[in-house]
Design a protein around this ligand. Structure first.
Ligand code: G3P
Length: 225
């Protein structure tokens, strides 16, 4: 898959205790159920250790949280794009604010992912870095102000201009690159606002992974799509 069908909600499981071991497949199953019932794409982004198990269990798009710009071979401990693709990933996040990459490695990783058939979602934090990321030719750019990540105020409320400015900046570089946004996104209203601002979907983590009722949380997120 070179592109993820939009609108899309991508649930990043991060490394939360709630998704350790078989719990990752359980959360992915929930995302699958909501996606099947609604017809909306709900991508899942499990930890690397659970990538293969999750990819076997679901048909929604499974993304790695990160891959390295390393070729197959003597690369102990690194995750090559080919290893992620072989584990069943359809794509990968790159340059997440919790896993930033050196520019040259990011550029190389995007190209290597194309070769391995992985869609790329490059995380950024400003209009300028979004434009710079777009110049590297990923499939998607996801703008997320780090200071709002994990909080209770959605980027769409706290900094709506970051989303709309990033959309415009990316479009100026390449009309074909979709823009997502994330940080503090918790509700369907936040997602609706993201789409009104020009985004093609959201990246969300704590609002689902740490929710008392993750299924209800995903159902709410896709409600207005
Ligand atoms: O990758 C998504 C993420 O960084 C946003 O996290 O917890 O604010 O939804 P959260």
């Amino acid at each position: 898959m070179s592109k993820l069908r939009t609108p899309v909600v991508i649930v990043n499981f991060k490394a939360y205790a709630e998704v350790e071991g078989p719990q990752a497949v359980r959360l992915a199953d929930i995302c699958q159920e909501v996606s099947d019932a609604s017809g909306i794409t709900v991508g899942v982004c499990p930890p690397t250790t659970e990538l293969s198990a999750v990819a076997k269990a679901v048909t929604v798009p499974v993304l790695a949280q990160h891959v390295d710009a390393r070729s197959p071979g003597a690369a102990t401990g690194w995750v090559t794009p080919q290893l992620a693709a072989g584990a069943g990933a359809a794509g990968t996040l790159l340059n997440h604010s919790e896993h930033r990459m050196v520019l040259a490695d990011l550029a190389q990783a995007i190209q290597m992912c194309k070769g391995a058939g992985l869609a790329t979602v490059v995380c950024t934090d400003t209009e300028a870095t979004s434009a710079a990321a777009a110049a590297l030719d990923p499939d998607m750019v996801a703008v997320e102000p780090p200071e709002l990540i994990g909080g209770n105020i959605s980027v769409t409320e706290a900094k709506p201009e970051i989303v709309s400015d990033a959309v415009k900046a990316v479009r100026r570089v390449d009309e074909g690159i979709e823009v997502l946004c994330g940080a503090g996104v918790k509700t369907g209203k936040d997602v609706r606002k993201a789409v009104e601002l020009g985004a093609s979907g959201v990246l969300v983590a704590s609002g689902v992974v740490k929710a008392k009722d993750p299924k209800a949380a995903v159902e709410d997120l896709i409600k207005y799509l």
